[in-house]
Write a protein that binds this ligand. Structure first.
Ligand code: CP
Ligand code: NVA
Length: 303
């Protein structure tokens, strides 16, 4: 890792650093609740680039910076010169002269790498087609607030082996929990991330059997069947129908299992109302913790 403290993917971190970030997130959450937050980001500016839509990521980063005395500039590709072909590399060089950190949500992870290569300030991954690490930091934080250490626990994923699933795979290795992924064969996570997890000693299985994945699990996860930018929506919905998280599937998990979803949800598709609004669901805490987890990430990046 370069001297600049980028937050790109969880596999690039050691466990202690990720733990330190979560500890910081917890401290900042408590300080905010107690009304004793300090303006640790005073004089700092985060630039956020969105090449895809966002509600949670955009608002939680903006509010998080503001609550701690910092400022943000938000831009989309459509309203910046990126949308007219200015390169990511040149954009990185320019923004580094103005800002203290850059967050990007984009499609191709190569753009994130270009930003990392050419920025001289920290770059934060706000989601690519490959991964969504800020989300999983909030998810691990949420699990541990409700159930204690995630190490040794069983986490199930039922659905598309997508960007969020990839960050769960990274997290399983780094935080030491079992991850059982159930997905159609055509929608498995990329072989590269599974090979990495296997070589790193991860306890991760991938099958087409949702019931087997959820059996006795401490946490069950769902995500949209059609991610931003995905083609063939109808074919995906058909393929993923057996992976819907409904009450019958949840009944196979532990009696006190949690249900999470990064949101936005498509109720009646990947999850039923009875589950997402039911007693296992912690989705609002999960969404709130984006704010706190990202304060921890920003504190680490900005030193
Ligand atoms: N979970 C998540 O990243 O939500 P947004 O797309 O609204 O940012
Ligand atoms: N997998 C989803 C996550 C949204 C936060 C997507 O990429 O659209």
């Amino acid at each position: 890792m370069s001297a600049v403290k980028h937050f790109l993917d969880l596999d690039r971190f050691d466990t202690k650093t990720l733990r330190d970030i979560l500890d910081m997130a917890g401290s900042l959450k408590r300080a905010h609740a107690d009304g004793v937050s300090k303006p640790i980001f005073a004089g700092k500016t985060l630039v956020m680039i969105f090449e895809k839509p966002s509600t949670r990521t955009r608002v939680s980063f903006q509010v998080g910076m503001q609550q701690l005395g910092g400022q943000v500039v938000v831009m989309s590709d459509a309203e910046s010169q990126l949308g007219r072909g200015e390169t990511v590399a040149d954009t990185a060089r320019v923004l580094s002269r103005y800002a203290d950190a850059i967050m990007i949500r984009t499609d191709d992870p190569k753009k994130l790498q270009d930003l990392e290569t050419h920025a001289t300030v920290p770059v934060i991954n706000g989601l690519t087609d490959y991964s969504h690490p800020c989300q999983i930091m909030a998810d691990v934080m949420t699990f541990e607030e409700h159930r204690g250490p995630i190490e040794g626990k069983v986490v199930a994923w039922s659905g598309d082996g997508n960007n969020v699933a990839t960050s769960w795979i990274h997290a399983a290795v780094r935080f030491g929990f079992t991850l059982r992924i159930a997905c159609p064969d055509a929608l498995r996570p990329t072989p590269g991330v599974l090979d990495w997890a296997a070589s790193a000693g991860g306890d991760i299985t991938v099958s087409e059997d949702a019931a087997a994945a959820v059996d006795g699990a401490d946490l069950v996860n769902a995500d949209t069947w059609v991610s931003m930018g995905d083609a063939n929506a109808d074919a995906r919905r058909k393929l993923l129908q057996p992976y819907q998280v409904n009450q019958a599937l949840m009944a196979g998990a532990k009696a006190d299992a949690l249900f999470m979803h990064c949101l936005p949800a498509h109720r009646g598709e990947e999850v039923t109302d009875a589950v997402i609004d039911g007693p296992h669901s912690v989705i609002w805490d999960e969404a709130e913790n984006r704010l706190h987890a990202q304060k921890g990430i920003l504190a680490w990046c900005l030193g």
